[in-house]
Design a protein around this ligand. Structure first.
Ligand SMILES: NC(=O)c1ccc[n+]([C@@H]2O[C@H](COP(=O)([O-])OP(=O)(O)OC[C@H]3O[C@@H](n4cnc5c(N)ncnc54)[C@H](OP(=O)(O)O)[C@@H]3O)[C@@H](O)[C@H]2O)c1
Length: 287
């Protein structure tokens, strides 16, 4: 398959490039390829003429989005609208990513694709607007909501991923405070890339929740990182209010991979297994 990957050196993008190596992949890198410039984007993409375009580009800084709504909306909504209409007019399939943060957390049990969104932050509203632009502009799309990604490249938008931050703080011997009242599912970018590789070979277009199995709080996630690596840092669980992040986040944003299971995609591993693999790959833990 001829596949263009936007944001090819990002956290998920770089795992997609590795996973799709048997395909004809065209990695596209920012700033040379910039989806906020629709005319050049259209020109470049029509020249490439891929069957599938995978867009991993996003403004991922959740707290900073509260002060920079324009930047969040430009990349997460307006550029996505332009990309969706380019793909629609040129007949390309679009794979686009959204977030567990489109939900408000009040359900208190895993969210399925049919559940109603109610975003609590600028970032979450901008991602949901991006979703609407895809679903209302296109017929052939895979729209994927995921959660708590950890990949070898780290999240370029943020400059880190949660696992690497915890490992660094422990090395620096700093006291660590981690939120213990937000439930999520940490998800391996490498494993997500494998599922995307399976999904795009089907014609089952639409909205999907794709995360590893299981759930935990950020504190439990951090504690597991340390128990698997045999470290004993000074770590304290805190609630969201005490932590005082700028943007509101859902207290529960665990996603159920309902549609992926219905169409028979191979199942994700438990997040603990995926974490173990990641720690070994990064050399944080012996195999
Ligand atoms: N990370 C998470 O925990 C998480 C959770 C839920 C959903 N998601 C979603 O999953 C997707 C992938 O996330 P990620 O963690 O892989 O993000 P990432 O590491 O920040 O990667 C984004 C990539 O897009 C590039 N990019 C930035 N601005 C661009 C532009 N204007 N035009 C084209 N490319 C641009 C970045 O390049 P530079 O690095 O050079 O800026 C980077 O290569 C995103 O849609 C995100 O919202 C992520």
């Amino acid at each position: 398959m001829k596949i263009a990957i936007i944001g090819a050196d990002g956290q998920l993008g770089s795992d997609l490039v590795k996973t799709l190596k048997e395909d004809r992949v065209f990695p596209l890198y920012y700033p040379d390829f910039d989806i906020t410039k629709p005319e050049k984007t259209k020109k470049d993409l029509s020249k490439l003429a891929p069957e599938i375009i995978i867009n991993t580009a996003a403004y991922n800084k959740v707290d900073e989005s509260e002060d920079n709504p324009y930047e969040a909306f430009l990349l997460n909504s307006i550029a996505v609208r332009d990309l969706a209409s380019i793909c629609s007019s040129l007949g390309f399939v679009l794979v686009h990513f959204s977030s567990d943060y489109v939900f408000d957390g009040r359900k208190g049990e895993p969210y399925v694709e049919e559940d109603s969104a109610n975003p609590l932050s600028v970032y979450a509203v901008s991602k949901l607007a991006g979703e609407f632009f895809v679903t209302n502009t296109m017929k052939k799309y895979f729209l994927i909501r995921t959660c708590g990604l950890f990949g070898e490249a780290g999240c370029w938008g943020k400059g880190y991923n949660f696992v690497d931050v915890m490992i660094t703080l422990e090395k620096q011997d700093k006291p660590i405070k981690v939120i213990n009242d937000q439930w999520v599912t940490p998800t391996s970018a490498a494993e997500l890339a494998q599922k995307i590789s399976e999904l795009i070979r089907t014609k089952h277009y639409g909205l999907y929740h794709l995360t590893n199995e299981g759930q935990c709080t950020w504190y439990e996630f951090a504690s597991t990182i340390f128990s698997l690596t045999g470290k004993k840092p000074d770590i304290t669980p805190v609630d969201s209010e005490t932590y005082g992040a700028k943007a509101r986040r859902p207290s529960y944003s665990v996603l159920e991979n309902k549609k992926a299971k219905e169409i028979g995609l191979t199942e994700f591993s438990h997040w603990r297994e995926a974490l173990k693999d990641y720690l070994i790959k990064k050399g944080y833990k012996q195999g």
